[in-house]
Design a protein around this ligand. Structure first.
Ligand SMILES: [Zn+2]
Length: 490
């Protein structure tokens, strides 16, 4: 932020600087120095900058986004792809976007339909066990998991921390067993503000753990829940079966249960009974919901503002990602309420199927493949509803300089940081790859992964003021991009 302030300071002083020169009489005369050209041409007109401040204030004062996420999470509920609730959410957002005057299209996409079944586990043999007792294990199935037989499986447990540790074990130590990957989520890293990075490190075990265990003959695979939850609640999410390994049932035990199992395995033989009965049903037809405010000068140029409408099934999908859909809708709502006329088209997208396949974003990339040069920018909010610190930018580093005047406005609510990021969102990744400049709010990630993908992802985790701050960032960025006087370098 310091650098931005200095940059603006220099820009201002250039316009008003005078210096004194000697006149013919020797008397000093004031000489007006014509303003030097600034490093970049005018990107945001004074009218646009004034409008951005109005957009910001309107978004900060509005409860529209909160009411939207409240409806999605409380009235509709969990919105796992393929479910009746996901279909209801499509219908709801369609109607809401129409109500604020967007041109709405439903773009068809075929999506997977996985449903959770029974999920129970108990340790039936372990060192020091009291007679005729078991130890309950709290767990959930991972998305895409295949089922055990209805009566379950009973097998010894092998506990490892990493892939390398598993690979170093002879096959006969693993074959026929249940493998537990006990790789912990780094809470310290999250406390330092890098929740996404901590998540990224641990989540590879959810994706690749089951197939790597199956390659060594395991009959089921459990992982330590990814994330910082510490009230003994499991964390779901998609696993990814590799083509070269048998598909084995896969689940996540709570962090507490992972610790318990590891402690007992260290002492001797541990046998578990595991029942997981999820089902994969035939694919169903679903939709990305697309709502446009048509541009007044360049209607063919599109500013995508988005979140994903589907959610996991354990909670009600408030922070992941009802919030992202709601703040995107709010951007359109505020612009309409203020009767502003964006020069480019602002396109709200509520993506389907981010959580277990990304079918929606892949379909969009396919259907709009030859319009990518007209996609001026793409934004996604998918990091919860925590206080935003600024904007992530995936694109040409020049974009950061160009947006400095916008950052100065965003700093009014503490969101003035501009950060060049590797990646801005799962659903906009195909557009990032096609060279479209991508953005996302930088959101406080310290607590997000305590709730994400768990039964505790519920509306109460959203602080209305912080949600409105996110709306303001998204709305200001969207309107600034829509009314930029210059194209963004790619
Ligand atoms: Zn998400």
């Amino acid at each position: 932020m310091l650098r931005i302030v200095i940059f603006l300071g220099i820009g201002l002083s250039l316009g008003i600087d005078r210096y004194f020169a000697q006149g013919p009489t020797g008397a000093p005369v004031a000489v007006q120095v014509s303003p030097l050209p600034t490093a970049t041409p005018v990107v945001f007109s004074s009218q646009t900058l004034a409008d951005l401040k109005r957009v910001q204030q309107a978004a900060l004062a509005s409860d529209y986004a909160y009411r939207q996420v409240a409806h999605l999470s409380n009235n509709i509920g969990p919105r796992l792809t393929g479910s009746a609730q996901a279909a209801k959410a499509v219908e709801y957002v369609t109607n809401e976007l129409k109500a604020i005057g967007c041109e709405v299209q439903l773009e068809k996409v075929m999506v997977p339909h996985w449903v959770r079944g029974e999920e129970t586990a108990a340790l039936v043999q372990f060192p020091g066990q009291a007679e005729n007792t078991t130890q309950k294990i709290v767990l959930c199935a991972l998305g895409a998991s295949v089922a055990t037989p209805p009566e379950g499986i009973t097998a010894n447990v092998v506990a490892v921390r990493t892939f390398d540790e598993l690979k170093s074990m002879p096959r006969d130590k693993v074959a026929g067993k249940i493998v537990l990957f006990n790789y912990p989520y780094d809470k310290q890293m999250a406390a330092e503000g890098n929740g996404g990075e901590a998540y990224g490190e641990a989540v590879v075990y959810r994706g690749d753990g089951p197939s790597s265990a199956a390659r060594q003959g395991a009959i089921a695979c459990l992982i330590r829940s990814v994330g910082g939850a510490d009230y003994r609640i499991p964390h779901t999410g998609q696993t990814r079966y590799a083509a070269d390994a048998p598909k084995i049932p896969a689940g996540a035990v709570t962090a507490e249960d992972a610790d318990l199992i590891v402690d007992l395995v260290r002492q001797g033989t541990v046998k578990m009974k595991l029942v997981l009965t999820p089902q994969t049903l035939p694919d169903v037809e679903s939709y990305n919901v697309i709502g446009d405010i048509k541009g007044s000068e360049h209607p063919e140029q599109v500013i995508v503002v988005s979140g994903h409408l589907d959610s996991w099934d354990l909670g009600t999908g408030a922070i992941d990602d009802g919030a992202g859909v709601a703040v995107s809708m709010e951007a359109a709502n505020v612009i309409q309420k203020l009767h502003l006329k964006p020069k480019r088209t602002i396109r709200v997208v509520a993506w389907m199927n981010e959580e277990n396949g990304s079918a929606g974003s892949k379909q969009y990339a396919k259907d709009h493949a030859n319009e990518m040069s007209n996609h001026f920018s793409a934004m996604e909010t998918d990091g919860g509803a925590g206080h935003p610190l600024g904007l992530n930018i995936k694109g040409n580093p020049e974009v950061k300089k160009i947006l400095a005047p916008v950052a100065a406005i965003l700093q009014e609510s503490g969101a003035g940081m501009l950060h060049l990021a590797e990646h801005c969102g799962a659903d906009i990744e195909p557009m990032e790859k096609a060279g479209v400049p991508a953005f996302s709010p930088i959101q406080d990630s310290r607590f997000y992964f305590n709730y994400h993908h768990t039964a505790a992802d519920t509306l109460d985790k959203i602080v209305p003021k912080e949600l409105a701050e996110n709306s303001a960032v998204v709305a200001v960025a969207a309107y600034a991009l829509a009314n930029s006087e210059q194209p963004l370098p790619r």
